[in-house]
Design a protein around this ligand. Structure first.
Ligand code: GAL
Length: 451
């Protein structure tokens, strides 16, 4: 999509509603753990319970991580119980059933999450919930499920949408798929301008499960895993508390940058109870450098994405645990007064509003109870310097403020500007507090100041 079109589109968007749900569930971005990014289908009662124990041991529970979630592959693959029509928990992976593992997770002080799909099968081809919403919602509620991740695989042709949705296919490195710059010259059945995707069959499939969950005498947070299809960001808030905006994350910087770039064009929809899900965290996974890991976590938190840890907790390094516990970023994510995300105020490397999966916007700010969160990303492949003067940040004045370095938690004092020399793909996180008078002027940070 060219820059001018994007501006028009964003200008035309209504701001997201501040949604109120049963028990306020999903008001703030979910914090938790999910086994998929580490174990894929090799999940078990033991692994889930260990994850809950390790979250506590590492201090992550105290930091606010509250959901322990099972992803795909938890059931008997061959089919439902013939008599009850219920999905059957895999007796080898979960000898005490799903209710058994849910009980253990609850006893350890966590909430429990499960997974299904708005299709005939899950993505890994296990039984799923399309046309079985009521029986499944009832079963999940009875088992003690507090969070349902609902995927979008195996959709029968009778449920296909009337039109195709043009999405920026950014999955491949250096290749914008079939849709260069978010345009879809190859798609014949594109929806007419202003088509209301909330009326699509895709929205209907997700809404059916939302309604079934609503009927249960249990608060279950609904997390849509719609991969950005059917403009889910336009109607997701009406159906659930969060919605995946993209295909799957992988633990490499190019993918993190693609998701960050794509998400920066969908920020108007985020508010209390309404969150773009940028996918589960890869902190501790793959080949992300420490700098890249910091940026990944910082921008997921700043964009108010759910923060669902995807690592094997027992092998997480202390450095990664510290990143996941970062106080300034978690406070921003969980701020009870300001529901909106941080947004770019300047692209930096590119002209403003440039869609560039390799170089996302670099200069961001967001309101918090404690002042203003300001982030500066070095999207380039070498050491670079980035600078912020407060007068350039919307809402801040041409004066000095008391500033905290978000990575160390240490005060930088009363400063008028911050100049940061940063490793490739690192991010400076600054908490800008009260105005002050005895200014030190410009403060310089080097890469040593980021941990
Ligand atoms: C994908 C989903 C992943 C994971 C997987 C399970 O569609 O995006 O996060 O849930 O299915 O098969």
């Amino acid at each position: 999509m060219v820059a001018s079109n994007l501006l028009l589109l964003i200008g035309a968007l209504p701001s997201a509603l501040a949604l109120v749900r049963k028990g306020d569930v999903g008001k703030l971005p979910a914090l938790g753990w999910n086994g998929w990014n580490t174990y894929n289908c090799n999940i078990s009662d033991e692994r889930v319970v260990n994850a809950a124990k390790t979250l506590t041991k590492l201090g992550l529970k105290d930091a606010g991580y509250e959901y322990v979630n099972i992803d795909d592959c938890w059931s008997v693959k061959s089919g439902r119980d013939e008599k009850t029509d219920r999905i059957i928990p895999d007796p080898e992976k979960f000898p005490d059933g799903i209710s058994g593992v849910a009980d253990k997770v609850h006893k350890l002080g966590f909430k429990f999450g499960l997974y299904s799909s708005a299709g005939t099968q899950t993505c890994a081809e296990y039984p799923a919930s399309l046309d079985k919403e009521d029986i499944d919602a009832e079963t999940f509620a009875e088992w003690g499920v507090d969070y349902l991740k609902y995927d979008n695989c195996h959709v029968p042709s009778s449920y296909e949408d009337e039109y195709e949705y043009c999405e920026a296919d950014t999955f491949n490195y250096g290749n914008y798929g079939n849709h260069p710059n978010g345009t879809c010259p190859d798609i014949k059945d594109l929806a007419p301008d202003n088509y209301d995707w909330s009326k699509s069959k895709t929205a209907g499939r997700f809404r059916a499960m939302a309604e079934a969950l609503e009927k249960q005498d249990r608060v279950i947070m609904f997390s849509l895993c719609c991969h950005g299809h059917a403009a889910v960001h336009e109607w997701g808030a009406e159906v659930g508390a969060s919605w995946r905006t993209e295909n799957d994350i992988i633990p490499h910087w190019y993918r993190v940058a693609q998701i960050l770039n794509d998400n920066s064009f969908k920020l108007n929809y985020i508010d209390f109870g309404a969150h773009n899900d940028m996918d589960m965290l890869e902190v501790g996974n793959g080949d992300l450098t420490d700098a890249e890991t910091r940026s990944h976590f910082a921008f997921w938190a700043a964009a108010k994405s759910p923060l669902i840890i995807g690592a094997d907790l027992e092998s997480l390094s202390d450095k990664h645990v510290d990143i996941l516990k970062n106080k300034v970023l978690l406070e921003f994510s969980q701020d009870g007064k300001h529901g909106g995300p941080a947004v770019p105020y300047k692209w930096g490397f590119n002209e403003d509003w440039t869609y560039d999966p390799k170089h996302p916007a670099e200069y961001w700010h967001g309101k918090t109870t404690k002042g203003r969160l300001v982030l500066m990303l070095n999207a380039q492949n070498q050491l670079e310097t980035r600078k912020v003067s407060w007068k350039d940040v919307p809402g801040l004045k041409d004066t000095s403020y008391n500033v905290i370095n978000g990575w160390t938690g240490k005060s930088l004092g009363c400063v008028s500007e911050v100049k940061a020399e940063m490793d490739s793909h690192d991010t400076a996180v600054l908490l800008v507090g009260d105005e002050c008078s005895k200014s030190k002027g410009t403060v310089k940070l080097t890469s040593d100041d980021f941990e």
